[in-house]
Write a protein that binds this ligand. Structure first.
Ligand code: ZN
Ligand code: ZN
Length: 140
């Protein structure tokens, strides 16, 4: 039984498969993405407001293309207005600068004990066991 959803972009009802938006919006976005990509290719130094004005694609959407790392703008980082979400440094695309990406993945590994060789009980399981005995005691 196919799932029927409201497209969050245009409000139309569509059959949900694996994309969050309807097929017409996907086509629209692909079209916009192509426009932006072509413009950026022809105008490597352009910033977001310029690209937006030239292509008619909203600044928000261009920012999203950048955040999704589908698009990369060359040139003056500051004029692009895209900054690392962690430290604010200007970046050409994505959400974080190279340094923060590295630190985040290191922190992630540490948190889950992946940088250590000995196998440790994951914290969550221990906590769950404790909670389980606690609730059992209560009901006894
Ligand atoms: Zn739609
Ligand atoms: Zn950063």
């Amino acid at each position: 039984m196919p799932e029927i959803r409201n497209c969050p972009r245009c409000g139309r009802i569509f059959t949900y498969v694996n994309r969050l938006i309807c097929s017409r919006c996907i086509e629209d976005e692909e079209q916009e993405f192509k426009l932006v990509k072509e413009y950026v290719y022809d105008n490597p130094g352009a910033n977001i407001p310029e690209v937006s004005a030239a292509t008619g694609v909203s600044v928000d959407r261009i920012m999203r293309f950048l955040r999704e790392e589908r698009l990369e703008l060359k040139g003056n980082g500051e004029s692009l207005g895209l900054g690392c979400e962690r430290c604010g440094m200007s970046i050409p695309s994505g959400r974080f600068c190279v340094k923060c990406k590295e630190e985040i993945s290191q922190g992630f590994k540490r948190e889950f004990g992946l940088d250590r060789k000995p196998v440790e009980q994951p914290k969550d399981t221990k906590q769950q066991e404790k909670m389980f005995t606690a609730t059992r005691r209560k009901t006894e």
